[in-house]
Design a protein around this ligand. Structure first.
Ligand SMILES: [Fe+2]
Ligand SMILES: [Fe+2]
Length: 215
């Protein structure tokens, strides 16, 4: 399929019931991509700990990480689970998930916090303004979102996906250094690169066990 929504693709991926209890809603969202949300919530807290950031409540950070990809509930499984690189059209469809996530929060019967809404909308924004969907830049992206964004990248790169092997720690360190000041806050990106072995080993404690490679 092309990712063209004239096919009615959004309805192919079932949303949870509107009245689903909130903890169960979180579980369903965080469980997508083999527990990606759970690990992002955990890694986000680890990054804040390593950076000595005391101004952000850890439970808030955990929840923001767990719910950041809420919009993927509306992306068809055949795209999310494609065992190959995505086509340009399919990539465009996936890139709608931050805005679709806000739609889900409007639809689902729960009062989401501003931190969670910001994270859902902005976790693919880049420090240098080249991200999406809004092209926000620098400090206009809240610190909490910048942390989740780093945690998101670390888990996506360090985990096995259907279309790629897990990156090694040195490869991911190099990438984080290169993207510091581009995709990521310069200091925070560098800190994550330097502390990556600790971050990666902390991910092993999160069920379901991620398939990580160290070295
Ligand atoms: Fe995302
Ligand atoms: Fe993600």
């Amino acid at each position: 399929m092309s990712g063209d929504h004239e096919t009615g693709a959004w309805s192919e991926h079932a949303l949870p019931p509107k009245t689903l209890p909130f903890p169960e809603f979180i579980r369903q969202v965080a469980d997508m991509d083999e527990g990606h949300g759970f690990r992002v919530g955990h890694v986000a807290q680890t990054i804040a700990d390593l950076a000595g950031i005391n101004t952000i409540d850890r439970a808030t950070l955990k929840m923001a990480g767990e719910l950041h990809d809420t919009g993927k509930l509306l992306i068809p499984n055949e795209i999310l689970q494609a065992p190959r690189r995505l086509t340009a059209d399919e990539k465009k469809t996936v890139q709608r998930h931050p805005l679709l996530g806000l739609a889900v929060t409007q639809w689902y019967d729960h009062d989401f916090t501003q931190d969670v809404l910001d994270t859902i909308l902005m976790h693919h924004e880049h420090w240098d303004g080249t991200g999406y969907p809004l092209g926000l830049k620098g400090d206009s992206i809240p610190q909490l979102v910048r942390i989740v964004s780093l945690a998101d990248t670390i888990d996506a790169c360090a985990s096995r996906r259907r279309y790629k092997a897990p990156w090694s720690v040195p490869r991911l360190q190099e990438y984080l250094h290169k993207e510091s000041g581009r995709s990521f806050h310069p200091d925070l990106g560098r800190l994550c690169a330097d502390k990556l072995p600790e971050i990666v080993s902390s991910m092993r404690t999160i069920p379901p066990a991620p398939t990580l490679r160290v070295g």
